[in-house]
Ligand binder design. Structure first.
Ligand SMILES: NC(=O)c1ccc[n+]([C@@H]2O[C@H](COP(=O)([O-])OP(=O)(O)OC[C@H]3O[C@@H](n4cnc5c(N)ncnc54)[C@H](OP(=O)(O)O)[C@@H]3O)[C@@H](O)[C@H]2O)c1
Length: 291
């Protein structure tokens, strides 16, 4: 099901490149796109909503000015979340998966990103009101017109994917996964990816590691310091290596817009964490050994 599109081993997430974070200028974005490509990070994760519906356009403008060709990179984008924002007339945050909206949103992403196609198009979050047949009609139309190459979901449970697969094949699931947020290893989400050869992507792969200073963090830090020395690696590289070791062949979607950290991230693929080291980190995170 992963088909023939090659995504990079680390995906660059663009959520905080614009309004919601770094507020990068066009030339800074341009330089970051080229830097990523030169460092084997060729896949970029977007969503219509990022930067208050503004990031795709800013990225697309920078992409045109970059030295990167479209066939050297892969674009992922998402649709469905409807924010209350100056950019939209929504009264309440909700999801929209009507056929017309899915098609309209994809076409708008293409226009903003300055591209003819998306490599992968995701439904951003499951909606209680989603209709598999209607979604399938939209996706088939987009695929037939060559506007999207692959179709997937984000934050879906295996049963929600099963519901969609009554009507359309789902090729990827992007979910939250990190040492400190590892539910998807236990609730069947990653089993489903392995069984069905579905591409698994991890958003926030560093979890809250750099944001917390609680008891759990202190336990992890004790183990982390030893592992950093043993593997001659940074803490973020160890955290990514922990994610990469899962048999679902998870692709981390990293959020940093810092070139040194991006360069470090791709090197994490060269770290083969020993099984006991992997469990030491899990034990430290959970606060108890596995049963
Ligand atoms: N599908 C979904 O529902 C969904 C939800 C959320 C996110 N996403 C995607 O996932 C991507 C990544 O999410 P994320 O930003 O939460 O991922 P993350 O890579 O786990 O976290 C990135 C954050 O960690 C910081 N950081 C990284 N290395 C650090 C270090 N050595 N020291 C201190 N801070 C460090 C970064 O700061 P700097 O930038 O300063 O380096 C950044 O604020 C997003 O861009 C988006 O594409 C998808």
């Amino acid at each position: 099901m992963r088909n023939n599109i090659e995504y990079s081993k680390i995906i660059s997430g663009t959520m905080t490149w614009g309004e919601w974070g770094k507020q990068l200028t066009t030339s800074q974005m341009c330089s970051l796109i080229d830097f990523c490509k030169e460092h084997e990070i060729t896949s970029f994760d977007h969503a219509d909503i990022y930067g208050d519906y503004g990031n795709e356009e800013a990225f697309g403008k920078a992409f045109l000015q970059s030295n990167t060709n479209r066939d050297e990179v892969q674009f992922i984008s998402k649709c469905g979340i409807q924010f209350v924002s100056k950019a939209r007339s929504n009264r309440v945050k909700h999801y929209n998966y009507s056929k017309d909206y899915i098609v309209w949103s994809a076409e708008r992403s293409l226009q903003k990103l300055n591209t003819d196609y998306l490599d992968l198009y995701l439904l951003h979050r499951p909606s209680p009101l989603m209709e598999p047949n209607e979604i399938a009609e939209a996706v088939q139309k987009l695929q037939k017109e060559g506007k999207i190459r692959q179709f997937g979901v984000s934050n879906f449970s295996p049963s929600q994917i099963g519901l969609l697969e009554k009507a359309i094949s789902v090729q990827a699931n992007q979910v939250e996964f990190s040492l400190n947020s590892a539910q998807v290893m236990y609730d069947g989400t990653f089993d489903d990816c392995i069984i069905n050869n579905r591409m698994a992507m991890a958003w926030s792969p560093l979890g809250n590691f750099f944001r917390e200073n609680d008891k759990r963090q202190k336990r992890i830090n004790e183990v982390m310091l030893e592992l950093q020395e043993k593997y001659e690696a940074s803490s973020s590289q160890i955290l990514l290596a922990w994610v990469l070791k899962h048999p679902a062949k998870v692709i981390p979607v990293v959020g940093t817009a810092n070139k040194i950290r991006l360069g470090d991230s791709i090197m994490a693929q060269n770290i083969d964490l020993d099984t006991e080291d992997w469990f030491s980190l899990l034990t430290a995170s959970q606060g108890h050994e596995v049963p």
